[in-house]
Design a protein around this ligand. Structure first.
Ligand code: ZN
Length: 238
C-alpha cells in the first residue's frame, strides 16, 4: 500500500466561519495544508469569491502559516444543483421540514464532499482530511453527525485501501466555541479575519458589516452566527 504523508492535510474549505476556523486549526498542526472547494451552482457565488481572499489574508497575517498553505482545488459539481430543489441552489424561499431541516439541505451532500476530498487526498498522498461538520448547532443535518463521519472514514479507507484520518474539530462545540477556537489559534487577528472575510449567509448578502460579520441578519445561518458571536463576547467579558 502506498503510504500517505502523515504531515499533510486537505481541508474542506467553503469560506464560511466553520471551515475557515478548521483551516487555521490545520495550519497550526500540519506542515503542508491544501484546500478543496466545490462549485455546485451556489445561489451566492460570493462563497467561491471569498476563498482566495481568505487564503491570502491568512498567509499575509500569519507568516508561519504562509509556507504551509499550499494548493487550492476547486471541483465543479453541477450535478448537485440538478438533483436538489433547495434555496441554496434555486431562487426559493427558505422553509423547514418537520425535522427542522431547512430546504437548503442537499441530501447526503457532505458524503459526496468527503468522498471527492478523499479521492483528491489519495492522488496527493495526503493522510489527514479536515472538515467543519458540527452536530451541536445543526443536529438536523444527518450527514454532519459524528456517527456519519466515523462511518465515512471506515468506508473510504476500505474503498480506497488507504488509511485516511478524518478530523472534525468543531463537532462538539457551539458557534461561540468556534469563535473561541479562532481566538486561541490566531488571537484577535484571526477573529477579525473570520469576522470580516468569511461568509455564512444563506441569502448571499454582503453589503452590511454587522458586529458578527457580513450577512442579511435574518436567515437561519445569520441568526446562528450572530447568536454565537453574542455568547462569545459575553463569555469574554465575564
Ligand atoms: Zn443571512
Amino acid at each position: 500500500m502506498t503510504n500517505l504523508s502523515d504531515d499533510r492535510a486537505l481541508v474542506l474549505f467553503s469560506a464560511g466561519q466553520d471551515s475557515t476556523t478548521c483551516l487555521a486549526w490545520a495550519l497550526e498542526r500540519f506542515s503542508v495544508v491544501e484546500t478543496i472547494g466545490y462549485d455546485y451552482g451556489q445561489r451566492h457565488v460570493i462563497e467561491l469569491a471569498q476563498r482566495p481572499a481568505i487564503r491570502e489574508a491568512l498567509a499575509r497575517r500569519f507568516p508561519q502559516w504562509s509556507t504551509r498553505l499550499q494548493m487550492d482545488h476547486t471541483l465543479g459539481l453541477s450535478a448537485l444543483s440538478a438533483i436538489s430543489e433547495t434555496a441554496l441552489t434555486r431562487q426559493m424561499e427558505l422553509t423547514f421540514d418537520e425535522d427542522r431541516i431547512p430546504n437548503t439541505f442537499v441530501p447526503g451532500r457532505n458524503i459526496i464532499f468527503l468522498t471527492l476530498a478523499a479521492a483528491v487526498a489519495y492522488r496527493r498522498g495526503i493522510k489527514h482530511i479536515v472538515a467543519g461538520m458540527c452536530e451541536t448547532d445543526y443536529s438536523g443535518y444527518p450527514d454532519c453527525r459524528d456517527d456519519t463521519i466515523k462511518a465515512m472514514q471506515v468506508a473510504l479507507n476500505l474503498g480506497m485501501d488507504r488509511r485516511f484520518v478524518l478530523h472534525t474539530p468543531l463537532m462538539f462545540i457551539d458557534k461561540a466555541g468556534t469563535w473561541e477556537m479562532a481566538e486561541a489559534l490566531g488571537g484577535s487577528a484571526l477573529v477579525e479575519i473570520v469576522r470580516t472575510e468569511t461568509h455564512s449567509c444563506y441569502l448571499g448578502v454582503r453589503e452590511t458589516l454587522h458586529e458578527w460579520g457580513h450577512g442579511c441578519g435574518t436567515c437561519p445561518a445569520c441568526e446562528l452566527r450572530s447568536a454565537g458571536w453574542t455568547r462569545y463576547r459575553s463569555r469574554q467579558k465575564a
